[in-house]
Design a protein around this ligand. Structure first.
Ligand code: ASP
Length: 301
């Protein structure tokens, strides 16, 4: 089985001046995961490392740099899944954790539960010895300005207009043991209601991995992705069609047709072949499969 990794940095109408930064960061994330895979580390290690790079970067809607909620606070969601065992860990609505993907991984390994939220998740972080940060450390000036502008505008906008597609991040890897893993991390949608959780940390919706079927990670309008259980839908299509690129296209076509879906996804077969598709203008992504001479990056499928 070839080693393989694919990372995404969100699906939306990414402005041209941001393309280079998105591609560089996706490449750096894929490279970090790739280095671990080539040293014999696990797919879980690789996807966690890739997502951490993007959580730390500041340009993405994940970790530091995330969108603010309606109260002007960053609330983070993340999830991770092991395709070998189907063990999963997820956290949501955490305000004092700079790398929620690492907290999600600790939930996977160290908790009898799959999903912890809010203060309980932060208490678990402390119990697990992970550092907590000040909420303000997660806020960058760009997002504070966007939030101030939005607050000055009318609040009478219909709920749909509140969606501003964003740079959620994620990664899928296949390691030398033939194990798949997937990870996803986000600050959620801009100006969301406090406590709102999207698809990103929800198993089957934002992410899914099963060694016997394949793996997928989604990004885009979470409310629509949840309704179509898009990650598991994609994985089922991989198993059915045998080709992850076709599976990605079929899943996005269904998503678009059924709920007018706005978003994108990356996926991988149990053999390390990759797929990606989007209904948005762009999907920032990067991937590397054993045998390729360098990491491939792109903004469109
Ligand atoms: N899916 C994320 C959410 O709804 C947002 C995104 O992917 O950009 O929270």
């Amino acid at each position: 089985m070839p080693l393989a990794i694919i990372a995404h940095g969100g699906a939306w109408d990414i402005p041209g001046e941001l393309h280079a930064e998105h591609l560089d960061s996706c490449r750096a994330a894929a490279a970090a995961g790739w280095n671990l895979l080539t040293r014999g580390e696990t797919a879980l290690d690789a996807v966690e490392a890739a997502v951490r790079i993007m959580e730390d970067h500041g340009v993405f809607d994940a970790g530091r740099g995330s969108h603010l909620n309606a109260d002007g606070v960053v609330e983070l969601d993340a999830g991770i899944m092991d395709g070998a065992t189907l063990q999963a860990g997820a956290v949501a609505s955490v305000k004092r954790v700079a790398n929620p993907i690492t907290l999600a991984r600790r939930v996977l390994h160290e908790s009898p539960h799959v999903f912890l939220v809010g203060e309980g998740a932060e208490r678990f972080a402390q119990e697990a010895g992970l550092p907590l940060c000040e909420p303000e450390e997660l806020v960058v000036p760009r997002e504070r300005e966007l939030w101030e502008r939005k607050r000055r505008e009318t609040q009478a906008a219909p709920p749909d207009a509140l969606f501003r597609a964003s740079d959620t991040v994620g990664a899928i890897a296949l390691d030398g043991e033939g194990n798949l893993a997937v990870a996803n991390s986000t600050g959620g949608t801009f100006f969301k209601h406090p406590g709102r959780v999207g698809d990103t940390p929800i198993i089957g919706c934002g992410l899914y991995a099963d060694n016997t079927l394949g793996a997928a990670a989604c990004t885009g309008w979470g409310e629509q992705i949840m309704k179509t259980v898009l990650a598991r839908t994609t994985v089922d299509q991989i198993a059915l069609l045998g080709n992850p690129m076709s599976a990605a296209n079929v899943a996005i076509a269904y998503f678009k047709h059924r709920v007018g879906g706005l978003g994108g996804l990356i996926c991988m077969s149990p053999r390390g072949e990759v797929g990606f598709a989007h209904s948005t203008p762009y999907l920032a992504h990067a991937y590397m499969i054993e045998g390729m001479s360098e990491i491939a990056t792109g903004m469109k499928a």
